[in-house]
Ligand binder design. Structure first.
Ligand code: MD3
Ligand code: FE
Length: 204
């Protein structure tokens, strides 16, 4: 099932399920090398989401601001490798929505425990906005908030579930978005958490 979210964005229900085994293994391998952390906002507050990264670039935030970095600041080592199967999933999903030859070089991984949310924001730390972003949802469901190009635009809401993939690009690339507070629950594979992977082209 393919649900249009905008002119150049769509939700592919369950699209990642054939990759489930690769995704769960990738998360285990990555988080054993680059541990979950709660980043500080530039204003000095701890984010409620836990994050880590894999690929050539990882998204980082501290008092110096939001940016992509080539090494994990906790270990000063390169981020764990992004598995070819996961790059392949993102490439296939992007092609379905009209973005051919999308090669991700960064994967930001967010972990939501019940009660965690992510406020409305734009993703604008990447080198170029010409590439789409592919998101993969795993574990507990969450309500995704889908706004417009201005923060004040009232967002619509759609539930993202285990295995769902969303592709966002083109005219929809800079739309405001967020995640409402994740409700309590238990997922058979992931327990009491939601994990979201966003596959991006962060570098030049
Ligand atoms: C729409 N993550 O990591 S994924 C983020 O579920 C982020 O963890 C949320 O927003 C999550 O920045 C939402 C969906 C998503 C990701 C990037 C987008 C939607 C987007 C970029 C542009 C427009
Ligand atoms: Fe975002």
């Amino acid at each position: 099932e393919i649900i249009s979210l905008g002119e150049q964005s769509a939700l592919l229900r369950g699209y990642a399920l054939p990759w489930e085994r690769h995704l769960l293994k990738a998360i285990d391998t990555i988080t054993s090398q680059a541990f979950w952390r709660r980043l500080q906002t530039p204003g000095g507050r701890a984010m409620s989401v836990q994050t880590t990264n894999s690929g050539s670039w990882g998204w980082h935030s501290d008092k110096q601001g939001y940016r992509y970095v080539g090494t994990d600041p906790l270990t000063e080592k390169p981020w764990p490798e992004l598995p070819a199967e996961v790059i392949g999933l993102a490439k296939n999903a992007a092609a379905h929505v009209g973005f051919s030859e999308f090669i991700a070089d960064a994967c930001l991984i967010n972990r939501y425990q019940p009660g965690t949310q992510m406020g409305l924001h734009q993703d604008r730390d990447e080198y170029s906005f010409e590439h789409p972003i592919v998101s993969v949802s795993l574990g507990l469901p969450a309500r995704f908030l889908w706004g417009g190009l201005q923060r004040s635009d009232r967002p619509s809401r759609i539930e993202l579930r285990h295995g769902d993939v969303v592709v966002w690009g083109g005219v929809d690339r800079l739309r405001y978005h967020g995640i409402a507070k994740v409700a309590d629950g238990y997922h058979p594979q992931l327990g009491a958490q939601r994990i979201n992977l966003t596959l991006r082209r962060a570098g030049p």
